[in-house]
Design a binder for this molecule. Structure first.
Ligand code: PRX
Length: 637
């Protein structure tokens, strides 16, 4: 195990680190940027292709394809490709939340058999290549098995975060016309059993779902609909343990994952078989430096993209052993996550700034020595300097590189980070674009900004293999959202960033209406839509305001219809039923009016500034400047 060398405010890996790392020389950046297409093509060869591609990259702006003509299956690459060398190696360690319950370890061979049986079960239910399958499951082995089974048969999975409400499930399942839903009876969260089946039953009303597969997890009482519902274990028990993997075209859809944007409705992000596999495989290998003796733990829930790429596909593609933890990292006590690291000898720990800040505040000094850790990493929101330093000192004990990894649901895998064998690691800076990825920071006119100046972060052709190929059923939105700002050859990330003189990138935050609440991506527009849908509400505005632990938190302003009454509780109910508890606002204000321009546009920026203390600017251009004072008084109260 190496040491870190400090030079000024930068940290570098020492010789020993470099010796171990897959990438240990910064010449790789030069090599990759000379010909990124060739570079990605070379990496893609490390995976198993039934048929090699004819063309590595094809560009028809705003669309592009990777590995055209190639045939691949990600489940084959996660399973068969590892059987020869790692048949009896543990693939997945499931750590249940209840302390009295024993962990489950599945070897690559066991996982392979279970996935195959599940494929045969899905086939029996009539699932075919191209069908959409909803997965409404928490962090349990069957979630991973179901994803791999869908991928093996060429069915497109769409995982819905288990903490999302039944309504959120319904909207998503309707949008993709899902045929089958895989869910469970219940799961453990902070000591309580959450009845997920109940949510699933409500969520599939008014959808085309004909069959519901129920994993037995918490053995809680559920409603069972005969003819529609079946238990996962009953269904797979009788199936044979082999099913030939479908030879998927590289550009066939692998999964659809919904995410929030500026508008009121979530968008179904499309990821494809070839490009995503290469991105997941190579970023997991190169960034987390995965070797056969590693134990990898990403705390991200599989309902989000980080869970897809680094709690499932990335580690499996690399033949790694990874931890899948069901519950809350601070349950039943704040040191649970330390005990998980110790119990399994975790070497690589990937988590979010919100968790880091929570532990920093609540735990302070970490007494466990966490000696097995070699790499620690963060994702999902900007990490502040204090949290970075605490993570580095208390968790990494000043010997582990801290990787701040930047990416999005849309990019499929990490795109900006420092590499463990190269560095440098600079507090609050994500680092350099990954080799083979070309980014820039532009002003509103499309000019490059100078060092240390903020601008819009963009990704340039050939982008990278894992970037989305579209928004499900909405090509217009795809073009407008990602290629609307600088033309159809420049992908706009909707993030604001700047570079230091060395070219290290620091992410500042979003340029659109997306807010990151405890790392969860929510849209203020979506929240407004839900609140507005109630006939008691005349109009509303939602803004994200800074929060010490969660990064950001929503605050709601509601104008009620004349003579209608509603309480905070009513609004809260709308939000928890529409999205889920994760969107619970910090505060709900009932106001008479909202600040507006003369053309009627609600000035959310002003509402936000009322909390940050920033200068409100010239209010005289507003149609109703007096409302700002009224609202100010309410907030002060
Ligand atoms: O604003 C950026 C922020 O999270 C957004 C993407 O959110 P989501 O699609 O949920 O994916 C999160 C996990 C990949 C980005 O547009 N973000 C992500 N990583 C970072 C970040 N902000 C700052 N630093 C990061 N490391």
């Amino acid at each position: 195990m190496g040491k870190l060398i400090k030079r000024g405010n930068l940290y570098f890996p020492d010789k020993e680190f470099k010796k171990r790392a897959w990438i240990n020389n910064n010449s790789i950046y030069k090599e990759a940027s000379k010909n990124p297409i060739k570079f990605w093509g070379k990496l893609a060869k490390e995976l198993y292709w039934f048929k090699k591609w004819n063309k590595t990259f094809a560009h028809k702006p705003p669309y592009f394809q990777w590995f055209q003509g190639g045939k691949i299956n990600i489940s084959y690459n996660c399973l068969e490709r590892n059987l020869e060398k790692r048949r009896n190696k543990v693939a997945l360690i499931f750590e249940p939340e209840p302390l009295g319950e024993r962990e489950i370890k599945l070897t690559y061979y066991e996982l392979y058999r279970k996935v195959n049986k599940t494929v045969n079960a899905l086939k029996k239910l009539g699932v075919k290549k191209g069908d959409r399958v909803g997965i409404y499951l928490p962090m349990i082995p069957e979630t991973i098995i179901s994803m791999l089974a869908c991928a093996r048969i060429g069915a497109i999975h769409s995982v819905v975060f288990s903490a999302f409400s039944s309504n959120a499930l319904k909207i998503r399942m309707q949008e993709i016309d899902a045929k089958v839903l895989i869910t469970c009876d219940g799961y453990y969260r902070r000591g309580k059993i959450i009845n997920l089946k109940d949510g699933a039953d409500k969520g599939i009303k008014e959808t085309k779902i004909k069959k519901v597969v129920v994993v037995r997890r918490a053995s809680n009482k559920i409603k069972f609909v005969k003819g529609r519902d079946c238990f996962f274990d009953d269904l797979i028990k009788e199936q044979s343990d082999y099913c030939k993997p479908e030879q998927m075209n590289s550009e066939d859809k692998l999964f659809i994952l919904f995410t929030s944007g500026s508008t009121g409705k979530p968008k179904g992000i499309i990821h494809t078989c070839g490009g995503y596999s290469v991105q997941a495989y190579w970023t997991a290998k190169g960034i987390f430096d995965l070797f056969d003796d590693d134990i990898f733990w990403s705390t991200a829930d599989v309902g989000w993209i980080t869970g897809h790429t680094y709690s499932c596909y990335g580690p499996l593609l690399n033949g790694t052993t990874f931890v899948l933890y069901e519950g809350a990292p601070d349950y039943p006590s704040l040191d649970r996550w330390c005990h998980i690291i110790e119990k399994y000898g975790v070497t690589t720990f990937y988590t979010a700034p919100t968790a880091i800040r929570m532990f920093e505040k609540e735990v302070g000094k970490v007494k466990e020595n966490l000696k097995t850790l070699q790499l620690i990493a963060s994702v999902g929101e900007p990490i502040n300097e204090e949290a970075w330093k605490w993570f580095f000192a208390q968790v990494g004990k000043e010997k582990c590189p801290v990787l701040d990894t930047w990416w999005q649901t849309e990019t499929g895998g990490i795109l900006i980070t420092s590499l463990p064998g190269v560095g440098p690691f600079k507090p609050t800076f994500a680092g350099m674009p990954f080799p083979g990825v070309q980014t820039d920071i532009l002003d509103n006119k499309g000019n490059k900004v100078k060092a240390n100046q903020k601008g819009n972060l963009v990704i340039l052709p050939p982008f990278s293999p894992g970037i989305l190929r579209g928004i499900y059923k909405n090509p217009k939105k795809y073009k407008k959202t990602y290629f609307g700002e600088y033309g159809d050859k420049v992908y706009f990330t909707e993030d604001i960033a700047y570079k230091d003189k060395k070219g290290l990138v620091r992410i500042v935050g979003r340029a659109d209406d997306v807010i990151k609440v405890a790392g969860h991506r929510l849209s203020t527009g979506e929240l407004e839509n839900i609140i507005d849908s109630n006939n008691k509400v005349a109009e509303c505005a939602v803004v994200g305001i800074p929060h010490k632990i969660k990064g950001e938190t929503p605050v709601v302003f509601v104008v009620l219809n004349p003579k209608k009454k509603a309480t905070e509780k009513d609004i809260l109910k709308l939000i928890t039923e529409g999205i889920g508890k994760i969107a619970k606002p910090q505060k709900i204000f009932f106001v008479k009016d909202l600040p507006k321009t003369r053309s009627g546009k609600i000035m959310r920026r002003i509402l936000r500034k009322l909390f940050t203390g920033e200068d409100l600017g010239d209010l005289s251009t507003l149609a109703n400047p007096q409302t700002v004072d009224e609202i100010k008084k309410k907030i002060k109260k």
